[in-house]
Design a binder for this molecule. Structure first.
Ligand code: BMA
Length: 371
């Protein structure tokens, strides 16, 4: 059910509807605009950007991305982990009251919001990384932790229903549930349940949010690395339950300019999701990526740009700038965007200046929230 819509400066684009037939006007508008802008470039996103960075915490207006480029990212990623236990802070220590304000402020400046949720394991009460067998099954209707799961969805919905703009309208959210599902490290990953169970979990969750009045969610289906079209689609809940097709992938190998394996794995996976997205009229994205500590000074223009290549992705997001992380084993610097003085700083400015990378000023100029 696609129709054609003209757009100044951009060739006629096929515009597709959201999977939620009762989606808010604001969500529909954003989704339509993202489809148009994807023809000319992609938004750059950063997780927890406004909350903290390398060597700083909660300094109003600050952002490592802004310190380096003079501009905020075009996409802000936040994580809801912690709401399920009614914690006032998320799993990485961000007070939810601050997160709400960051979301409202970012949207007001023209930025896009995406949410993930590292929710605890409802069966065991341990964290999201607890892969006790049958956890997924236990959450489904009739399962031992179904009621608990519903009460957790209530908490998430309660928070998301407070994310409103100054006109009182719900802010459109790129919502990315059960992320990296083709991995084996979260209780919702594919090793913990059958395709039928996962699809039932996804559909139940989406229907529950709709019933709660959350019609502002643009659903992002998200795998980790996958090997084939069949692999990507095995747990896919269907075109009626997703709007954006995406994967997460990181570069881990020591940065050797001659090593193009990261670029190749991205290109291979984009080729697969791009085909599916064209058939199903969806957007595509690289929902999480990065090279921890960015030791390669040209990583942005020489690796990431090439990894995306010619694919018309809607956004790419790099993970958080925690700084020194003593909980990691072994403790080390944990960050994915450059900060002032970081070795890839100059290259990141070159990346920022490319005509096809959109940061917040571009997002504002593109009027992504306007019809
Ligand atoms: C991981 C790391 C962890 C963090 C988690 C959820 O990639 O950054 O430190 O707790 O994401 O944000």
């Amino acid at each position: 059910m696609a129709f054609l819509q003209g757009c100044a400066g951009i060739a006629q684009t096929t515009i597709n509807p959201l999977c939620d037939k009762n989606a808010t006007e604001e969500a529909i508008t954003l989704y339509y605009n993202l489809q148009k802008t994807a023809q000319s470039g992609f938004l750059f996103g950063h997780q927890d950007d406004l909350a903290y960075g390398v060597n700083w915490r909660y300094e109003p207006g600050r952002s490592d991305v802004k310190d380096v480029t003079g501009d905020y990212p075009g996409v802000y990623g936040w994580d809801l982990g912690g709401l399920e236990k009614k914690s006032d802070k998320n799993l990485d220590g961000i007070p939810f009251d601050k997160m709400r304000q960051f979301i409202i402020d970012g949207k007001k400046r023209g930025g896009i919001i995406t949410l993930s949720w590292h929710l605890d394991n409802p069966l065991t009460g341990k964290n999201a990384w607890d892969t006790t067998p049958k956890s997924m099954e236990s959450v489904l209707p009739g399962g031992a932790s179904h009621e608990k799961y519903k009460s957790w969805l209530d908490e998430a919905a309660k928070f998301m229903l407070t994310l409103k703009d100054d006109k009182g309208k719900l802010i459109p959210i790129l919502y990315r549930p059960f992320h990296e599902l083709t991995g084996d490290w979260f209780w919702w990953c594919k090793n913990n349940g059958s395709p039928e169970q996962f699809k039932a979990l996804w559909k139940f969750t989406v229907d529950y949010y709709r019933m709660k009045g959350l019609h502002n969610l643009i659903y992002v289906y998200n795998t980790s690395d996958f090997v084939s079209r069949a692999d990507f689609l095995e747990y896919y809940p269907g075109a009626d339950y997703a709007d954006v097709l995406s994967f997460d992938t990181y570069e881990y190998s020591p940065p050797k300019p001659e090593d193009t394996s990261f670029i190749q794995k991205c290109q291979k996976q984009f080729a697969i999701i791009d085909d599916i997205a064209k058939e199903q009229h969806k957007l595509i994205a690289l929902a999480e990526t990065g090279l921890e500590q960015i030791p390669y000074e040209k990583w942005w223009t020489d690796t990431l740009v090439k990894a995306i290549g010619q694919y018309k992705i809607s956004y790419v997001l790099v993970w958080r700038n925690h700084g020194w992380n003593e909980w990691m084993n072994p403790p080390h610097m944990h960050y994915y965007a450059p900060y002032k003085g970081q070795v890839s700083e100059e290259d990141f400015v070159d990346f920022y200046n490319l005509p096809n990378t959109f940061f917040e000023k571009d997002a504002k100029a593109l009027s992504l929230y306007k019809k």
